[in-house]
Design a protein around this ligand. Structure first.
Ligand SMILES: Cc1ncc(COP(=O)(O)O)c(C=O)c1O
Length: 356
């Protein structure tokens, strides 16, 4: 276990520091970066802590020029005793390795990922909101930092962890815009990698959703444009009859850690759950037959958000809130925040001096 230097990180929060609920998401960043370089020698160097803006990213780096950048998003929560835990960090480490492999970058060893994340929490311990009032979101980012314009794998990379404290977003219902013209990812592409290019591809979809009066985009499969893929930053679930469905991991969507947690919780409730293709036509038919239940999106940042409608300008599919999303939300929150002993193998404690 890497021990952070003491002193500097223990100063109290500024007196005008906002309450967690007023922080929004991603606007207020922690003051430090915890990082490690992968050098020309082919080895990972020792972790370092810097002030956040100390790291230059050269314009001629593969990170900026060719999108050689992959990242993760995971959270640290306080349990009822104030102890901080990371939620499923090793699963995030493995997904980062898969993303890195896809874009020919060095795969950070799982233990290095764990060390950097634990250190990032330790130096920001006082920024972790109290139990039940939010989390510290960690953004481990691996990028090519070598200055070289030739198109080839880079020889120098860095894995850096930035953090942002946040509260749960206020409960709401999302209306999702089914995008028929633009697509996010095609078979064989980058869809399953958590890499910046996917978000660059997706931003115009979000914009089109907003222009059409919707909250977020729901991507359709690139080949037929008939089947649900995923929302902007969330995987989706829908309830038809007595079954809960979510699109399969076919390489075009992100294998969400929250998706996986929710599948496990739904199955533990004894529900019939299926990872299968879901077409807009099938949803419309289920609506006509009175079989359409709830829909919801899941992801680390928002946890779980209800979906009230999927529309594309031609038709609107309206979901019925059966109470399932609230039950899943509560079950997930309890596991993540350590209010239950169930699934405690998903939580990894981070040793810190006890801060209130
Ligand atoms: C495109 C996309 N899909 C799904 C998710 C949900 O993944 P996770 O549950 O691991 O946060 C995210 C979250 O970052 C995402 O960006």
């Amino acid at each position: 276990m890497h021990t952070p230097p003491t002193g500097l990180y223990e100063a109290p929060l500024p007196s005008d520091w906002p309450e967690p609920e007023a922080l929004g998401f991603g606007r207020v960043l922690g003051p430090y970066l915890v990082h490690a370089q992968h050098g020309e020698d082919g080895h990972w160097h020792a972790p370092t802590v810097s002030v956040r803006n100390a790291l230059p990213v050269p314009v001629a780096s593969g990170g900026l020029q060719y999108g050689l950048s992959v990242f993760e998003g995971l959270k640290a929560y306080r349990d009822p005793r104030g102890q901080i835990h990371l939620f499923r960090p090793r699963d995030h480490a493995r997904r980062l390795q898969q993303s890195a492999r896809r874009v020919v970058m060095p795969e950070p060893p799982e233990d290095l990922f764990m060390t950097l994340c634990q250190l990032a929490v330790q130096v920001h311990a006082r920024y972790v909101p109290p139990h039940g009032r939010g989390a510290l979101y960690l953004r481990p980012t691996l990028y090519a930092e070598e200055e070289a314009l030739g198109f080839r794998p880079a020889t120098r990379h860095r894995l850096a962890v930035a953090v942002t404290p946040s509260a749960d977003p206020a409960p709401k219902h999302l209306r999702l815009w089914a995008e028929h013209e633009l697509t996010r990812a095609a078979p064989g592409g980058l869809g399953a990698a958590k890499t910046g290019g996917n978000y660059a591809a997706g931003l115009a979809g979000l914009q089109r959703a907003r222009e059409n009066g919707y909250d977020d985009v729901i991507w359709l499969d690139a080949l037929t444009r008939r089947e649900l893929a995923e929302a902007g930053t969330m995987n989706v679930f829908v309830q038809i009859g007595d079954e809960v469905l979510t699109p399969p991991l076919d390489g075009t969507i992100l294998a969400g850690i929250t998706r996986d947690s929710v599948l496990r919780l739904l199955r533990a409730e004894g529900l019939r759950v299926s990872e299968q293709r879901i077409s807009l036509d099938e949803l419309a038919a289920a609506q006509m037959a009175g079989q359409l239940g709830a829909a919801f999106g899941v992801g680390t940042a928002a946890r779980l958000v209800k979906v009230s409608e999927i529309g594309d300008g031609e038709r609107a599919i309206r979901f019925t809130d059966t109470g399932l999303p609230a039950r899943v939300y509560d079950a997930l929150k309890q596991v993540q925040e350590g209010s239950t002993h169930a699934l405690r193998e998903w939580r990894v404690a981070v040793p810190t001096p006890q801060t209130p």
